[in-house]
Design a protein around this ligand. Structure first.
Ligand SMILES: Nc1ncnc2c1ncn2[C@@H]1O[C@H](COP(=O)(O)OP(=O)(O)O)[C@@H](O)[C@H]1O
Ligand SMILES: [Mg+2]
Length: 340
């Protein structure tokens, strides 16, 4: 039974690639072309010719560089494109001595370097253009896209992604076996992350590190998502509200996750208020950066199985969060030691 087949078969007709591959492969190719930008698949060194050069010179340049067309550039402006078919037309007319600007195509279709490949791929090829000049948002010619360079670069990109996936698989395989390899009645893995105050350039590193580690331990994706949200909020509170930062500790048991975020000040004045959605003491400059909506602790409570906050004004704050793995213990198998 493959219920997903119908859905992808429906969306397939919308792709620029027609029906060239099986459904599951199409999805991967689609993902590739929808996530790869033109600038990473174009040829950055463009061979160009001046509009005042002769068609004979254009022909010689194409022959020398093994290309079948090129943009015509005057100063830093692209004014047209000249191709082998224009050269052939000149040959027939006996006008190889005429300047390029008389024979070139003036209405050139270009692509923006920051567009996704999916947006332009349909315009290339036997029924489209042989080459598409690539411009940046200021209109400067920055590269050229041909079927050849596109295929080469996409294959390279696929190779890189495939290797990354294989590496990730191996790492997740290794990590998920930790619990099998250690002999104890109950094993727990403790991760520690130091979070600096007001360090916005590193904010989010602890939560993404925890997320990656849990993925490698093959924790259920739905739980990983909830943990990632909760830890991100806890981390941001250490960044935003503390004097000297703090520490996040994640204790990964086979059946549960115990997370704590601890700091040494300034502590919380209105502990009964902080859980209310919208309550925030964040100063204006923090709000100007898009933080301080007062939803952090409410989100943590919503995502987790249990949460507790202890604080003393002038002292520190301790936030404890618990997630239960329930029917999906880390490392598989039964929980609680004495394993066969
Ligand atoms: N570690 C902490 N130290 C001091 N105050 C904190 C800490 N964590 C939270 N608070 C207080 O709790 C309030 C609510 O937190 P939260 O719900 O995350 O919203 P926000 O961070 O957007 O203000 C904060 O505005 C702050 O006053
Ligand atoms: Mg917060």
């Amino acid at each position: 039974m493959r219920p997903a087949l119908k859905v992808s078969a429906l969306s397939r007709s919308k792709t620029a690639l027609g029906d060239m591959a099986e459904d599951h492969e199409i999805t991967k190719v689609q993902e590739l072309i929808y996530t790869t930008r033109v600038e990473s698949v174009m040829a950055p060194d463009v061979i160009v010719i001046s509009p005042s050069a002769t068609m004979a010179e254009a022909r010689a340049l194409m022959r020398e560089k093994h290309i079948s067309g090129m943009p015509v550039v005057e100063g830093d402006r692209m004014v047209g494109i000249v191709s082998m078919s224009d050269v052939m037309e000149s040959l027939e007319k006996g006008s190889l001595g005429r300047p390029v600007f008389e024979m070139m195509t003036r209405d050139v279709k270009t692509a923006f370097s920051d567009s996704y490949v999916a947006e332009v791929i349909g315009r290339l090829g036997p029924r489209g253009f042989g080459r598409i000049p690539v411009i940046d948002r200021e209109g400067r010619l920055v590269g050229i896209l041909t079927t050849g360079t596109l295929i080469q670069s996409l294959l390279r990109e696929m190779d890189i992604r495939y290797k990354k996936k294989e590496e990730e698989k191996l790492q997740s395989y290794r990590a998920s076996h930790i619990y099998d390899d250690i002999v104890s009645d109950d094993t727990s893995l403790v991760l520690r992350y130091i979070v600096d105050d007001k360090d916005f350039s590193n904010a989010g590193k602890a939560s993404s590190g925890i997320k990656k580690s849990l993925q490698r331990l093959r924790v259920l994706p739905s739980i990983v998502r909830r943990v990632a949200v909760a830890v991100y909020e806890a981390e941001m509170n250490l960044v935003i509200h503390t004097d000297v930062g703090g520490e996040i500790t994640v204790d990964i048991r086979r059946d549960r996750l115990l997370i704590s975020a601890v700091d040494h000040g300034p502590g919380i004045e209105n502990i009964s208020e902080v859980l209310k959605p919208g309550y925030s003491t964040a100063p204006q400059w923090i709000r100007d950066m898009g933080f301080g909506a007062g939803m952090g602790l409410a989100n943590i409570k919503r995502c987790s199985d249990s949460m507790r906050i202890l604080s003393e004004l002038g002292g520190g704050t301790r936030l404890d969060i618990i997630f239960l793995f329930r029917d999906h213990p880390v490392g598989g198998g039964p929980v609680g030691g004495k394993r066969a």
